[in-house]
Design a protein around this ligand. Sequence first.
Ligand code: GCU
Length: 605
Amino acid sequence: MTITTMKKIMLLMALWSATMLSAQFAPQIINVEARKTTSLNGVWKTTVDPFENGYYDYRWKPMKNGYGADKDITDKTTLYEQNFANERTLIVPGDWNTQRSEFYYYEGTIWYRKRFNFTPTENKRTFLYFGAANYEAIVFVNGKELGKHIGGFTPFNFEVTGLMKKGENSVVVKVDNKRAFEAVPTVNTDWWNYGGITRGVTLIETPATFVRDYYVQLKKGDKNTISGWVQLDGKQLDKSVNVEIPELKIALQLKPDANGYATFECKAKPNYWSPENPKLYTVNIVTDDDVVTDQIGFRTIETQGTKILLNGKETFLRGICIHEEAAFRNGRIFSKEEDITLLEWAKDMGCNFVRLAHYPHNEQMVRQAERLGLLVWSEIPVYWTIQWTNPATYQNAENQLTDMITRDKNRTNVIIWSIANETPQSAERFSFLSRLAAKARSLDPVRLVGAAMEKEEVKPGLMTLKDELSKVTDVLSFNQYVGWYDGLPEKCDRVNWTFSEQKPVIISEFGGCAVFGMHGGTTDRFTEEFQEDLYIRSINMLKRVPGLAGVTPWILKDFRSPRRQMRDIQDDFNRKGVISDKGEKKKSFFIMQKWYEELKKQYNK
Ligand code: GCU
């Protein structure tokens, strides 16, 4: 047997095991906050386990009674070398790196254990739901291993009906944030790999047959028709389902098919959602014993040549990039209030658009952006040098894309699904990303598909986008750093742009570093004056870009990165923020604010 064949067999086995392990999952339940839930957030006992001692024996074989069994010490004759009862704790949700100083750089496994009293409700089903855990989570309930989730930024849930006991129950989660070449993202990123149960954990109780999923948006290309579908989950899949939008006097009665799936469409004249008018409607999805209520907006999004049309009107995307890192304390965001702080800063700058980089942010970030009138670019972490020929890596990326779209497909402010960031061009990468783009369109035929590609200087002073992926995406979106990584700011003055395709151009990153309060000449790197001058010249250059339809400068706030080690300047932070990690607005913030003020007038909004 040749090496290649062996490698292929090993890869297929890895793919099989990854898929089979995930087979324990229940399909994602959406709009969890609208359901009957019991929060498991708060204080969890934890065991730090850098050598995986709680999962593998000394021969590296998975153990039957590892830490997931959550055994109590009952007699002194039994050998125990770990016991949650006397362990230290961590708060859930939250990354571990910012909760204890000894975890500042920790990458590895930490075991979490929660014991709680619960009384299962008669004739109800129970699910255990995680908003996210970075990066790999193995979940145990009352000592039974349920399965493994891979991916640090998307929700997952298990059905635990019949596993929950009346009285005290135990949930144990093994979270491992070690990076890996075959992972998504891979080993190298320009952001800190915050580990932990980073988003909320809840028990959901549902009727035996319940409304698990639904899609309610305007029909593609028809602003006077609301269309969508409902998916029931359970045994009685033929029960009728009502879709009600009271304010629009819509009340539809649907008959699901044998799989519990029902589609619908109806004429409607909604008050369209827009950044200036973020109108949301109460939508009820009702069966005889389940009601799920959501707040949903309606808008059209399409491109026309180099224009982006929102509700049929040409719109310029006045954006900013945002990492999901809290203002001031700089850990992974875990609260709605922290989402709002960053989004309010974006609004203050005059934004109508945010690029939520480089991974799906928490659900509230998207919902609060929707409420505040901010359009969203949402992205999966297919970032830099992914393993393009590894089937398990592709499946992982597709799972994360599917989970992102499943969760946020009813958020009308999401207009772009981004499938990649700065990925090196090759035939394998093109095939991988083309498949992802097709998958995104199959899940959601309405929204645009984008990717942050990279510009090319075809000859001195002439820039373009030369990437075959631009044939697949709906927009010509790319990162450019003329004046920071490519020359000094004066280079912006002598650069022009040309594109072979007639699609809207979005500059998905530009900018440079500045330490807040550090001053000097405009060519002194890391001074506010340098960054300010770079922004001034960049904007003048961008005004010459043909077909420019939007920009998202990199980045709203300085953020933690293991690649930024210049002592006393970076101190483990990427300093490209227009706001410092302490919430201090740099000179560049006001340059952007002024330009966005002009653009509002130019596009009279
Ligand atoms: C890249 C990348 C970002 C990174 C930025 C930088 O374009 O997409 O994730 O932080 O440049 O170098 O600061």
